[in-house]
Design a protein around this ligand. Structure first.
Ligand SMILES: Nc1ncnc2c1ncn2[C@@H]1O[C@H](COP(=O)(O)OP(=O)(O)OP(=O)(O)O)[C@@H](O)[C@H]1O
Ligand SMILES: [Mg+2]
Ligand SMILES: [Zn+2]
Length: 416
C-alpha cells in the first residue's frame, strides 16, 4: 500500500474526548471514528487489525473443534420471555417493535437463539458433543459507553456455545476452550491472566475471565508475583503459594462460563441419551470481545509517541520511508525494497508522500508499524539503509540487498 493513497486521516492534537491511551491513539492514528456515543466506524487501518484478531480467533476456535455459523442480530422477544431475561436484562437490551407491533431486541448475546436452534435440531446423544460459534455484531445500550471501542454500544464479539450430554462432557469442552483462549491471546502477542470470576447476568457455576493487565483496566485483580496465580477477591495471602498478592488492574477481553442447564431447562432443549431417557443439554458459553482486545493491545503496547503493535496485530508489518522523495536515489531504492518485501510476503507500506522526513517518522511511530526501513543519505554513500524496531527503538544498518533476510529473522523472533 502507498501512504499517498491510504485513507488514514491522522490527527496532530490529542482529541479531548479520549480518556485512555488506546482511544486517543486509535483516533489520532486514523484507525476509528465515532458516529455516535459508543458507535464507531473502523477505518482501513483499524479494520485490518480487527481482521487479524478475527483470523486468529477463528483459527483457534476451528482447531478446538468449533464450527462457525452466523445468527441474526434481530431476535424475537418470545425467546427472551422463555428464559425470563426479557425482564431481567433491563435497559441495556436494545428493544424495538416491528410494524405489526411485535417485540424484538438486537442481540447483546445469543444463548436464547442458539438454544432454540439446539432444541429443534439436536435429538440424540449421537450429535454430541457440539461446539458452534459466530463472530458477529452485538448491541448493548451500556449505561456508560466509554474508552472508545473498549466499552461500546455496538461491538464485534466471538461467541461460542458448547453442548454436551453431561457435566463431565461440559468440563472437557470447557477445558478445550480455556486452552484455545490461551492460544488466542498468546498469538495476539498479549500477556494475559485467567481468573475465576462471578458469572453475573449470564449465570451458571464455573467461569473464568481473561484479562490483559493495564492501569486503565476497569477490573481489580490480585496477582501473586511469585506463582502468577490471580483472583478477583482480596485475600490476605496467595492460596497457591502463601506469597503476598499485588493489587493490579485488568481489562476483561474474554469470559467463559459453564452454564449447565440454565437455558436448556426453561427452553426445553432435550436430547435422547444412550439409555433412552430424555435429558436437558448441558451447555457452556464463551465470549471474546474483538474490538476490546484491539484496545487492550494498545493499552499494553504504546509509548509517548504512539502505538507499538505486536507484529501479529499490526495493520502492516513494515513501513519503507524514503527520506527525500525529490532525490531519485532515495525514491528508487525505496520502491525497489517495497517491491521485494511484498514479494517475500511482507505486509508493507511505502511512505511515498512529499512530506518532510520528520513528519513521516512521527506518523510511522504514531500508527505503530513494528518495522521501519529508512532510505536516506547512507543509501547514496554506501548502499545501506536503516532498519528500526518500533517497540525497542533498536536500529540496524544493513546493505539494501540484505534487508529481506534481516526482516525475516526479526519477524520470526517477534512472533516468538
Ligand atoms: N460494551 C462492550 N464493548 C466492547 N466489548 C464488550 C462490551 N461488553 C462486553 N464486551 C466483550 O465481550 C466479551 C463477552 O461478553 P460478556 O457478556 O462476558 O461481557 P461483560 O461481562 O458484560 O463485560 P463487562 O463486565 O466489561 O461489561 C467480554 O469479555 C468483552 O471482551
Ligand atoms: Mg457488561
Ligand atoms: Zn502465589
Amino acid at each position: 500500500m502507498r501512504m499517498s493513497l491510504l485513507f488514514a486521516p491522522t490527527m496532530k492534537e490529542d482529541p479531548q474526548e479520549a480518556e485512555v491511551a488506546s482511544h486517543r491513539l486509535m483516533l489520532r492514528g486514523g484507525f476509528i471514528r465515532q458516529l455516535s456515543a459508543g458507535v464507531y466506524t473502523f477505518l482501513p487501518l483499524g479494520w485490518r487489525t480487527l481482521e487479524k484478531i478475527i483470523r486468529i480467533v477463528r483459527e483457534e476456535m476451528n482447531r478446538a473443534g468449533g464450527q462457525e455459523l452466523l445468527m441474526p442480530a434481530m431476535q424475537p422477544a418470545e425467546l427472551w420471555k422463555e428464559t425470563g431475561r426479557w425482564d431481567l436484562y433491563g435497559p441495556e437490551l436494545v428493544r424495538f417493535q416491528d410494524r405489526r407491533g411485535r417485540d424484538f431486541c438486537l442481540g447483546p448475546t445469543h444463548e436464547e437463539v442458539i438454544t432454540d436452534l439446539a432444541r429443534r435440531e439436536i435429538r440424540s446423544y449421537r450429535q454430541l458433543p457440539l461446539m458452534l460459534y459466530q463472530i458477529q455484531t452485538k448491541f448493548r445500550d451500556e449505561i456508560r459507553p466509554r474508552f472508545g471501542i473498549m466499552r461500546a454500544r455496538e461491538f464485534i464479539m466471538k461467541d461460542l456455545y458448547s453442548f454436551d450430554r453431561d457435566v463431565e462432557g461440559l468440563r472437557v469442552s470447557y477445558q478445550k476452550m480455556y486452552e484455545a483462549y490461551c492460544r488466542v491471546f498468546s498469538r495476539c502477542g498479549l500477556r494475559y491472566i485467567a481468573v475465576p470470576a462471578e458469572s453475573g447476568v449470564i449465570g451458571g457455576d464455573v467461569s473464568h475471565e481473561f484479562l490483559i493487565l493495564a492501569e486503565s483496566g476497569e477490573e481489580k485483580v490480585f496477582v501473586c508475583p511469585s506463582c502468577n496465580s490471580a483472583t478477583t477477591v482480596e485475600e490476605a495471602l496467595c492460596p497457591q503459594c502463601g506469597g503476598f498478592l499485588e493489587e493490579k488492574r485488568g481489562i476483561e477481553v474474554g469470559h467463559i462460563f459453564q452454564l449447565g442447564t440454565k437455558y436448556s431447562e426453561p427452553m426445553k432443549a432435550y436430547f435422547v441419551d444412550r439409555d433412552g431417557k430424555e435429558k436437558p443439554l448441558v451447555m457452556g458459553c464463551y465470549g471474546i470481545g474483538i474490538g476490546r482486545t484491539m484496545a487492550a493491545a494498545i493499552e499494553a503496547n504504546h509509548d509517548e509517541k504512539g502505538i507499538c503493535w505486536p507484529i501479529s496485530l499490526a495493520p502492516y508489518e513494515v513501513v519503507v520511508i524514503p527520506v527525500n522523495m525529490k532525490k531519485e536515489g532515495h525514491r528508487q531504492a525505496a520502491e525497489e525494497l517495497y517491491g521485494k518485501l511484498r514479494q517475500s510476503g511482507f505486509e508493507v507500506v511505502i511512505d511515498d508522500r512529499e512530506e518532510s522526513a520528520g513528519y513521516k517518522f512521527t506518523e510511522a511511530d504514531l500508527i505503530g508499524f513494528p518495522l521501519h526501513i529508512i532510505v536516506g543519505e547512507r543509501m547514496e554513500r554506501n548502499g545501506r539503509v536503516e532498519v528500526k524496531l518500533r517497540k525497542t527503538h533498536e536500529r540496524f544498518e544493513v546493505q539494501k540487498d540484505d534487508v529481506c533476510e534481516l526482516l525475516e529473522k526479526i519477524r520470526k523472533e517477534l512472533l516468538g
